[in-house]
Design a binder for this molecule. Structure first.
Ligand SMILES: C[S@@+](CC[C@H](N)C(=O)[O-])C[C@H]1O[C@@H](n2cnc3c(N)ncnc32)[C@H](O)[C@@H]1O
Ligand code: SF4
Length: 367
């Protein structure tokens, strides 16, 4: 499997928690950006590459005129061999229209990832979002019978958020019944408004744990297949699985990352740098590292363990010549004893409780 991620950085406003590379209200740059993007994609032209998934993320991809999205797709068709199984676009609820849905469908977009964040208007306004819960319901009505593969993004552990608000989110999810839910723990990213405001306040780990467990239990008609992701049968994100299974993908656009032929790269984060490199006919890469066996061993553990299926110990031994279980016997057995890890059919995987503290597993494991 091989994927393409494309970043559309334009946003109508900057949310209080977001540190993604975005340009707020800089609409006069849209035309120029898409020209640069086309040029960048052309630099990677390779008709021998078969692409299985496309993910257009942002930013707010549905803020720009759909012609831009259609034209970019035409370039992908021209420069790669497309055999698309999943084609996602991220949308902010307040900017989706029936016309945009038709245009997205016309190029084969078959999955919408809707940035809901919370089903509480007050909480959304507090985190800096402009949409209302009614916009989300409108989106589901507009998409009904047009694109049935809908994923929604939510956030928990928002400062001052209560367990009651998580219940309210779960109730709304049950009503709307999306095929897929991504529910992220809010990270206080340096440089954001929330970081400045809340970085010194103690985070309530117990409350966050209770929220996470409430989410895992509340979404009982979904399969919890990745730390932050829940799916109805057959609707796992194929594109994200490329990341999690350590497979190859291109990243195009401002700040995008890619992983091609054992090399990870990240594009320029700041627009003037991105623009200037492309104008000089250079790939707009800011960092690049080749993934040697040592890094690959660790990435393999992290990416596989993020998935509920977990890590196959025999596959790991065949790939790297190391018996991970023997090397970490005491630690693994302790995690199992504490109900944080399971060992079944030669595979280790986190329990829901284990997912919540998985970072400490990654710090302690020897590989
Ligand atoms: C970067 S946004 C782009 C999509 C769209 N603009 C939106 O905001 O819905 C993708 C998702 O990342 C998640 N996200 C962004 N910043 C985050 C943070 N600091 N902590 C946790 N999740 C975050 C949100 O759930 C969001 O839907
Ligand atoms: S969270 Fe989404 S809408 Fe808000 S600034 Fe970030 S990319 Fe834009």
């Amino acid at each position: 499997m091989k994927g393409i991620y494309i970043h559309i950085p334009f946003c109508a406003y900057k949310c209080n928690y977001c540190d993604f590379s975005t340009m707020t209200k800089q609409y006069s740059r849209i035309d120029e950006y898409f020209h640069l993007l086309e040029k960048e994609i052309q630099m990677y032209k390779d008709k021998s590459q078969v692409i299985d998934t496309i993910y257009i993320g942002g930013g707010t991809p549905n803020l720009v005129n759909s012609n831009y999205i259609v034209n970019i797709y035409r370039k992908l068709e021209e420069y790669f061999e497309l055999d698309i199984q999943e084609f996602t676009i991220e949308c902010n609820p307040e900017f989706l229209t029936p016309q945009k849905i038709e245009e997205y469908k016309s190029i084969g977009i078959n999955r919408i990832s809707l940035g809901v964040q919370s089903f509480d208007d007050k909480l959304n306004s507090f985190i800096g979002r402009n949409h209302k819960v009614s916009d989300v319901y409108n989106c589901f009505d507009m998409l009904n019978g047009k694109i049935d593969n809908i994923s929604i993004d939510l956030i928990f552990a928002i400062p001052n958020q209560t367990l009651k608000s998580i219940d309210n989110d779960i109730n709304n999810i049950k009503k709307l019944n999306p095929n897929h839910v991504s529910w992220y723990n809010m990270i206080l990213e340096p440089g954001t408004k929330f970081y400045k405001k809340y970085k010194d306040s103690n985070r309530d780990d117990d409350m966050e744990f209770d929220m996470y467990m409430k989410i895992c239990r509340g979404l009982d008609d979904y399969t919890h297949y990745e730390i932050s992701n829940f799916t109805k049968k057959g609707y796992e994100s194929k594109h994200n699985k490329i990341y999690w299974r350590d497979e190859n993908y291109y990243g195009f656009g401002l700040s995008s990352s890619g992983y091609i032929e054992n090399t990870r790269y990240t594009n320029e984060f700041f627009y003037p740098n991105y623009k200037s490199k492309i104008q000089k006919n250079l790939k707009p890469i800011e960092f690049k590292e080749s993934i040697d066996q040592f890094k690959n061993k660790f990435e393999y553990i992290i990416t596989n363990m993020r998935l509920k299926e977990g890590l196959n110990l025999t596959d790991y031994k065949n790939k790297f010549g190391i018996d991970l279980y023997e090397k970490n016997k005491n630690m693994i057995e302790n995690w199992i004893k504490n109900g944080l890890l399971e060992l079944k059919n030669d595979e280790i995987n986190f329990t829901d409780k284990g997912f919540f503290v998985s970072n400490s597993f990654f710090v302690d494991i020897s590989y």
